[in-house]
Design a protein around this ligand. Structure first.
Ligand code: HEC
Ligand code: HEC
Length: 408
């Protein structure tokens, strides 16, 4: 009886091949989702049509996160409301890099969140069309899959809502949603892609948001030297006999152990970074009071006093909640790959990680709303260097992303 059922299952798997494809499991950051439709140069309608005709490119992906970030897999956001498919991600990739979304054809999302500049920009403030500047530093656009709230003050409730904002922001892309929709409708490759990805609604501003958000969710950081070391910790305390038992009884875990060991050997932490790690997570220094969890951010809002000594300080989260205690509070940014995205803080006022550490050592900038977690720190010169060194070792690779292959 059991055999018969098994047999049936095999038959149905063969005849409904696409059902199996529907569950394709991918690890973001590792499996290739963002290197563009095969080919080079401008993407032609013929190339796009051929690729869109492959059913697997429209199958819902079952998403995993790479080592390190994987601890946050249960906190992934937005995937039920806006499931990931290869075709949607690819459409979002094109929109992210396409300057045709801006009023004068000069600015794209990547102008301020650039893959080569840690998905931020090495300018103090974001620079939009006609060289216009806002008052905030471009935050990084990776690992955002782990949060609903976006912006330094959390005013956007999802990546989808966030993504359509800059298009119509007069100092960013300076366009209107109506104009973008009609521009995209007139580009045959986009028209074909929207029709294939969103058969019921086609080109709409909401669908632009959905596609860009899907692309952004795939930009995640892979395992760092810190992650290999951290994941090996449970094994380090095992006695040789325990390890021998493991090898004997649990080949899968044994293999995981070997892989981690190899990863740690190939991506070692320096002695200074190891000391910095202990400081970062210690009660006395307490960086992990706020930079905690898989993405080393609590995704909450705190006042560190940044910019609070100015005459008209940016009140941050307060504008959103009107709650007195939120004055001058901003969202905790991630420490992952932070070494790649200087300058720092919501106003881009600190140019280096060394300067950031000094800000914490002095206990932040005094003001009425300063977080009670901010206290002057007693640290040596070497310990400050160690903290910076630790942050440099929390750097992992980004997925491969084609930036130039856009619709003709
Ligand atoms: C002119 C520069 C500029 C352009 C163009 C721009 N951004 Fe931003 N982006 C910023 C700045 C500055 C902020 C922070 C604003 C704030 O918090 O008020 C931001 C915030 C974000 C955030 C929130 C990150 C977080 O940690 O909360 C995401 C995601 C993002 N942008 C994605 C995009 C996308 C997608 C596009 C294209 C549709 C885009 N940006 C275009 C400058 C820019
Ligand atoms: C009270 C919570 C809290 C504590 C404790 C804390 N941070 Fe932060 N961290 C934040 C917030 C919030 C910001 C952004 C503040 C702003 O822009 O106004 C930030 C910004 C940063 C940045 C800049 C990141 C960027 O992308 O701009 C770095 C680096 C950083 N913190 C490292 C540390 C280190 C190292 C420690 C320990 C010495 C530490 N933090 C302790 C909440 C905290």
């Amino acid at each position: 009886m059991k055999k018969a059922i098994l047999c049936l299952a095999t038959v149905s798997a063969v005849s409904f091949g696409s059902l199996l494809v529907a569950g394709e499991s991918v690890t973001l950051g590792i499996d290739d989702l963002t290197s563009g439709i095969p080919g080079s140069g401008a993407l032609t309608l013929q190339q796009a049509r051929k690729w869109l005709a492959v059913p697997a490119n429209h199958a819902e992906l079952d998403v995993k996160l790479p080592l390190g970030l994987s601890a946050g897999e249960r906190d992934m956001r937005g995937l039920t409301a806006n499931p990931l498919t290869r075709a949607k991600i690819e459409l979002g990739r094109q929109l992210y890099f396409d300057t045709r979304l801006s009023a004068d054809n000069t600015v794209s999302c990547s102008s301020c969140h650039h893959p080569q500049e840690g998905f931020g920009r090495h300018t103090q403030f974001g620079v939009g069309i006609n060289g216009l500047k806002g008052g905030r530093n471009s935050p990084v656009s990776y690992n955002r899959i782990l949060s609903d709230a976006q912006f330094w003050d959390g005013r956007a409730g999802s990546l989808e809502a966030q993504a359509v904002g800059p298009i119509a922001n007069p100092i960013e892309m300076g366009n209107t949603h109506e104009a973008v929709v009609s521009t995209l409708k007139e580009i045959p490759v986009y028209a074909a892609e929207f029709k294939a990805v969103f058969p019921k609604s086609g080109v709409t501003i909401d669908n632009v948001g959905k596609a860009i958000a899907s692309f952004e969710r795939t930009i995640v950081t892979s395992a760092t030297p810190f992650d290999y070391r951290d994941a090996l910790k449970p094994f380090v305390s095992l006695e040789p006999e325990d390890l021998a038992d493991l090898r004997e009884d649990d080949p899968a875990t044994w293999q995981k152990y070997l892989d981690l060991q190899q990863g740690a050997e190939e991506n070692p932490m320096s002695e200074s970074a190891i000391r910095g790690e202990s400081l970062f997570f210690s009660k006395e220094i307490g960086c992990s009071n706020c930079h905690v969890g898989a993405n080393l951010s609590d995704e909450k809002y705190h006042n560190l006093g940044i910019g609070m000594d100015s005459k008209t300080p940016d009140l941050g989260r307060f504008a959103e909640t009107k709650d007195e205690k939120d004055k001058g509070a901003f969202k905790t940014p991630t420490i992952r790959n932070v070494a790649l995205s200087a300058p720092y803080m919501h106003d881009g006022s600190l140019k280096t990680l060394e300067a950031v550490v000094e800000h914490y050592v002095k206990g932040g900038t005094k003001n009425r709303w300063l977080s009670d977690k901010m206290k002057p720190l007693k640290v040596t010169k070497q310990q400050k260097l160690d903290l910076v060194e630790f942050m440099r070792f929390v750097t992992g690779r980004y997925p491969k992303i084609a930036s130039g292959r856009l619709p003709e």
